[in-house]
Each structure stands twice: as C-alpha cells, then as structure tokens.
Design a protein around this ligand. Structure first.
Ligand SMILES: [Zn+2]
Length: 282
C-alpha cells in the first residue's frame, strides 16, 4: 500500500495512480484533492476544504457523483454491452469503414507517436472509451503520466482492465468533459479520439481543454466531418437525432484558433479528420 507523501507509481496493480492527484482539483469547489481513506484501489479522495469526498472503486476515481448523460449517444456508452463490444467489435474497423480505406491501429499509432515526444508531464485522453489512445501513449511515452477521462463507468472499467492486462500505469477518472477536474495549465498533451462527435456543449469543452492545457501543449483530435456525398449526407441525417454531430473542418479550425490552438497538421480520409495542434495563443 502507498501512504500519504510516499506515493509511488505502480505498474502492475489495478489502481488509480495517486501521484496523479497533484494534477486534479475538486470539481465542485476547485480546491486541491488528496487521498482521504484507503488506497488507489478502494478508497476515497477529499478536497482541501474538507467538504467534498469522492470514491475510488476498483481503482477508478469517480468525480461524477450524480449527473446522467442526456443524449442517446452518450447513453449508449452507459450500457455494459457497448463497453464490452466497443474495442472488440466496432473500434478495430471503425476508421476503415468511415474513411473508406484501410485504416488500422498502426496508422493511429503513427499519428500519436510523434507529437508528444518533446513534452513532459501529463497527457489526457479525453472521453477515452476503452482507453485505446491512453494505452498507445502510455506505451510510447513511459515517462509521462497518462490519464483517461470518461463519464461512462462501464467504459472505464473495461479501459482499466485492458491497461492492467498491458501493464500500463494509467489513471482512469470518471468526469465530464465540460467541467474537467484538472487544474489549469497542467496538461502537456490532450488526445481526443472521435468523442467530440458525441459530446454536447462543444464550446464549453474547447474552453475546458484550453484551460487545462499548458502553454506549449499539443492537441491531437480525431473527429468525423460532414459528408459531401449523397449517401453520406443521408446516413448523417439519420444519426444526427441520436446525438452525433458531424463537423465542418473550417468552422472547427476557426473555433480552435479562437482558443489559441494553431493547427500543425491536418489529414482528411473519407470523413475521418485527424489534426495535431499546438497552443500558441496562451
Ligand atoms: Zn471541494
């Protein structure tokens, strides 16, 4: 067990990395968080004001006590079967289907391998689902702290199961992208793997990403864009009421620039859009 003041990074245990608490703040009152009871497997975390307590269960820190997602796409992630099936069935083929060309994990790995080489410290996988990007980053950059954020507990449990099996020390935290639990300026890197398409309150999410980003931070975002083909438009019109938004690249680029992000590389394959951006306006 690890005690207060002597946190060590564990590589083989099923736990929240307690060293990562320094990056976090109370989502309610914004005070610092510290371990209150127990350990990084089962315990609780309390804020410095001693007013808010959050549970660590099965190694996952739950900073989202009562909120429920309201759109259908977010709801589907609450279903355990979806969490189980996501990386087993859908995710390996998703980008090949959506891009109309062979687009395996090796291509995503290559995209994620470059941008964080010169950063130190924390990388956040925002709305991480089963933690595919978090694992790629934890494997490629073992010196970094890697945190996966999602609001679906079944997704986080599956993500952590996969991280433990791969012996990768990743902290998984249940939180909302619109009110991120990190302190300002702590994230050297942020990755978003398609989840902006399922989120509500995108401007708020951009503002939060920009708040937690360090001045020289790098953002890698994979998003689905509006189709320009006839059938593509029909399919996207069917998906829209389910809470899936398809982006206009020009509009999103403008929005990112507004928050001080400068796009370094941009690749569109079918409707799959990868961008790497750095913070210049901070
Ligand atoms: Zn608090």
């Amino acid at each position: 067990m690890v005690g207060m003041g002597s946190y060590t990074r564990h590589h083989e245990r099923d736990i929240m990395q307690l060293t990562d608490l320094i990056y976090l703040r109370c989502p309610t009152c914004h005070a610092a968080l510290h371990l209150h009871i127990g350990d990084g497997i089962n315990g609780s975390v309390r804020c410095a004001n001693n007013t808010h307590t959050y549970l660590i269960r099965q190694g996952i820190l739950d900073l989202l006590a009562r909120a429920r997602p309201s759109s259908m796409a977010a709801w589907s992630n609450e279903w355990r079967l979806t969490a189980w099936a996501y990386e087993r069935i859908w995710r390996p083929y998703a980008l090949s289907i959506l891009s109309g060309t062979s687009f395996g994990y090796d291509r995503e790995q290559a995209i994620l391998d470059g941008p964080f080489a010169h950063t130190r410290g924390l990388v956040v996988d925002l709305a991480c689902s089963n933690g595919l990007y978090a694992r790629i980053i934890a494997k490629s950059y073992p010196q970094k702290s890697v945190m996966g954020i999602d609001r679906s507990m079944p997704m986080l449990i599956e993500a952590q199961r996969r991280a433990v099996a791969a012996r990768l020390p990743i902290s998984y935290i249940r939180a909302d992208a619109r009110t991120l639990p990190m302190r300002g300026g702590v994230a050297e890197g942020i990755v978003v793997g398609g989840s902006l398409n399922e989120m509500e309150g995108i401007p708020q999410v951009f503002a939060e990403i920009s708040r937690i980003a360090a001045p020289t931070s790098t953002l890698v975002n994979m998003a689905l864009i509006r189709s320009t083909t006839f059938f593509g438009k029909i399919i996207q019109a069917v998906l829209a009421p389910g809470g899936i938004t398809f982006f206009d690249p020009a509009a999103m680029t403008t929005q990112l620039a507004h928050y001080g992000w400068h796009i370094q590389s941009s690749t569109i394959t079918g409707i799959v859009w990868f961008i790497s951006a750095t913070r210049t306006g901070a």
